[in-house]
Design a protein around this ligand. Sequence first.
Ligand code: 5GP
Length: 194
Amino acid sequence: MKGGKLIIFSAPSGSGKTTIVRHLLKQPELNLAFSVSATSRLSRGEEKDGEHYYFIKVPEFKQHIKNDDFLEWEEVYRDNFYGTLNSEVERLWAEGKNVIFDIDVAGGLRIKKKFPKETLAVFVKPPSIDELKIRLKKRSTESDDKINMRIAKASVELATAPQFDEIIKNYDLAIALNEAHELVAEFVGATKKK
Ligand code: 5GP
């Protein structure tokens, strides 16, 4: 595979990485396209198939693993598989885009290892675990059980932050958005508009 740059945003669930990624996608000079992951979890809220995720069943996901179709995949939560299809990155690179990912820390680091030069791996740090809990509860798209599962994973994920190229502290969203924009602009060789 050969093409543009790969921009990874990884963080514990609820850290605000999705908000940051959406903001960056709106900046034309960055020439970004979102890598739509495959997942075996059910869609929630307004999520659309092919736009937020490719929603597939577990057997189909496992078949893709067997066929070696994934650039990386993880069982992020028990029975909930998530993965980046090689075909997705190839498609976006063929369109001349830089590809941006909203994926978990293990997947993010795996891509960085496969494409060290082409990849900028950014870790988004939440203010605290307590604040994460509050944000996930506010989002109220999941049961308490699922929220607790995400919180338990967050502590483990926070420990991987030093392995990333950059760490953005998301304590104040406006500042975090600006910082993310500057980092990515520099990496892809675009000049950030003031
Ligand atoms: P959610 O269920 O909240 O959409 O996502 C749960 C976690 O899985 C998030 O940390 C999200 O970034 C991550 N994720 C989404 N797509 C992928 C993927 O393709 N690969 C990996 N490794 N993680 C992913």
